[in-house]
Design a protein around this ligand. Structure first.
Ligand SMILES: [Fe+2]
Length: 326
């Protein structure tokens, strides 16, 4: 059975993406996203199945397994003025602890990433060829450092209007300014450049908007959008999972080709394999690796395109197509 929610026609990628947005009733959120560069989806839209509590418990489990002690969710004592051990960050971490590589940590994270609502917005921003760049949790306790405004694109300006990367973040504990919320500058995705140092202070920008959200919400933003975070004044922990997606020609944070379990590939639809980079042929280490990598990548590319009724136009060497890339 096809993974595409639209019928076999139309197969033009933009029309298919639009049809999916309409099927899910997301038109008003897309309008906000395009206008402001970010959008907040409430739990009843973003997480009707109630994944958030399971994600939160799993993150606490993973953090405990890796560090040897369980994060103090209610008191925050485990993460007061948390330091990351990075010589470039002298003070406490503006984002707390980053618990990395969650795609390897079980089905709940796979399900959250493959959430049709999340993927509809990601597809709108980065196309059907969007892949996973990184999948982390941020665990932030009471701290002093704000997270300065920046954009996630990490390229020299001027930037293109379309998103080269985008981010979907699950809110797993209450978010507002005192809780150390993420903050955005509406419309900044249209400016084509990042903030100067003078523009980067989150408590000084006149147009800054802090996310106020309850667990189970998801906020999504265009990779050009200026964002940061307020320091956390309350006790307890702020936990969220930023899932960073990228167009397939961008350098991703995580290297996943051949590095996700066969079990996870088998229990998910074909788009999961594409998103986790199994269809990316570039990145070979040497001649022998290239000989092995390309056939495997093309197989996953073809399987994804076939499962989606040919909507994603992924193969740039396919001159029989009309070269509209998905
Ligand atoms: Fe960021």
């Amino acid at each position: 059975m096809s993974e595409a929610s639209a019928s076999a026609e139309p197969i033009e990628p933009l029309a298919a993406s639009r049809a999916e947005i309409e099927r899910l009733g997301l038109e008003s959120y897309i309008e906000t996203l395009d206008e402001q560069g970010f959008v907040l989806l409430p739990p009843e839209v973003a997480d009707p199945g109630g994944l958030a509590p399971r994600m939160l418990e799993s993150i606490l489990d993973v953090a405990e397994r890796r560090s040897g002690h369980r994060p103090d969710l209610d008191g925050g004592s485990s993460h007061v003025d948390f330091k990351v051990g990075n010589p470039f960050i002298e003070n406490d971490s503006p984002w707390g602890e980053m618990v990395k590589s969650l795609i390897h940590e079980g089905p709940v994270f796979e399900e959250a990433m493959m959430n049709p609502v999340v993927l509809a917005l990601v597809t709108h921003l980065c196309g059907y060829s969007a892949i996973l760049s990184s999948y982390s949790a941020l665990v932030k306790g009471p701290n002093k450092s704000d997270f300065d405004f920046h954009s996630d694109i990490l390229l020299p300006a001027p930037w293109p209007d379309h998103a080269l990367v985008c981010n979907a973040t699950y809110v797993l504990t209450p978010f507002d300014r005192e809780h150390g919320s993420t903050v955005f500058v509406p419309g900044s995705h249209k400016w084509g450049h990042g903030p100067t140092v003078a523009q980067s202070k989150v408590d000084e920008h006149p147009d800054a908007v802090a996310i106020e959200a309850e667990p189970g919400s998801v906020f999504v933003w265009h990779g050009n959008t200026w964002h940061g975070a307020f320091h956390r004044e309350k006790s307890g922990l702020r936990v969220s999972t930023p899932i960073l997606f990228a167009r397939p020609y961008m350098r991703t944070e995580e290297d996943l080709f051949g590095n996700v379990s066969e079990e996870s590939l088998e229990r998910n639809v074909e788009r999961f394999a594409w998103i986790t980079q199994q269809g990316i042929s570039y990145g070979w280490a040497n001649h022998e690796d290239a000989l092995k990598r390309s056939p495997r990548a093309f197989e996953y590319m073809e399987r994804y395109a076939e499962a989606m009724d040919g909507i994603p136009r992924l193969n740039p060497m396919d001159y029989e197509g009309d070269l509209i890339n998905g």
